[in-house]
Design a protein around this ligand. Structure first.
Ligand code: DGL
Length: 257
């Protein structure tokens, strides 16, 4: 199928998390037309089986590819871990970019350091992450699940006592123990300030949003598919709750922390 420069870049996540990646995309490629799709009616993906996540991701991709898109950005670490390979097999002519935890950035910065990776159960358990971890034998890597955090962010809590208590409970054992914490779930950049408050200023917080946007630019450039505007964002969600779209726009318009 022929793609045109003015086709959408589709950006997909299990819910509102991928908006942290969309923000980066818009920052780096403001002239593009974006179609954001959050699957909030099925969120969270992170405690489902790999097979369920793969199936949900393929269903979302089917909806999005039917809309005439020139690229699909999987702005969800969990869906990338579970489904990026099958997506590329199924849509060989489409640019498919998947987000990955910023482990390499962290390891390059601290080659003999102590790095935490906070992500969903699926991402932490998948072979994709183990392979990445194996590339950095000199780095001490801690896998840190944060059960319940995605649900809070989906419900609109990005600060306040519930978020604070959960983060205290998850991260307290790591205070003073980490050179960097990789935010391996696209929801987490929305609670970056709260995470920083628990870990303190000596732990660098990294996420994969900027790298994913750079990779998207490289792929579009190589294919001659960069658009020169005017840019736009269409926001869609599988949930019928109108509050979710409002929350999505609020998150998009919020300054990055
Ligand atoms: N935002 C997703 C990620 O980057 C996962 C959230 C979920 O569990 O649905 O992994």
């Amino acid at each position: 199928m022929m793609h045109s420069k003015s086709d959408y870049i589709a950006v997909f996540d299990s819910g509102v998390g991928g908006i942290s990646v969309l923000r980066e995309l818009i920052r780096q490629l403001p002239q593009e037309r974006y179609l954001y799709f959050g699957d909030s009616s099925n969120a969270p993906y992170g405690d489902k089986t790999t097979e369920q996540v793969r199936q949900l991701t393929l269903e979302a991709a089917e909806i999005l590819t039917a809309r005439g898109i020139k690229a699909l950005v999987v702005a969800c670490n969990t869906a990338t871990s579970a489904a990026i390979r099958v997506l590329r097999e199924r849509y060989p002519e489409l640019i498919v970019v998947g987000i990955e935890p910023a482990l390499k950035v962290a390891a390059d910065r601290f080659p003999n350091g102590r790095i935490g990776i906070m992500a969903t159960q699926v991402t932490l358990a998948e072979e994709k992450l183990s392979k990445q971890v194996d590339r950095f034998p000199n780095v001490q890597i801690h896998r840190i699940p944060a059960p319940g955090l995605v649900e809070l962010i989906e419900a609109g809590h990005t600060d306040g006592s519930q978020v604070q208590e959960l983060l205290e409970c998850v991260l307290r054992p790591y205070v003073g123990q980490l050179d960097a914490l990789v935010l391996g779930c696209t929801h987490y950049p929305f609670v970056r300030n709260a995470i920083g408050q628990v870990l303190g200023p000596d732990t660098l917080l990294l996420d994969g949003g900027a790298g994913t946007a750079r990779q998207t630019r490289r792929c579009l450039e190589a294919a001659g598919l960069l658009y020169d505007g005017p840019g736009c964002v269409d926001m869609e969600n599988s949930s019928a709750d109108p509050a979710l779209l409002k929350r999505s726009m609020d998150l998009l318009n919020r300054q990055a922390e």
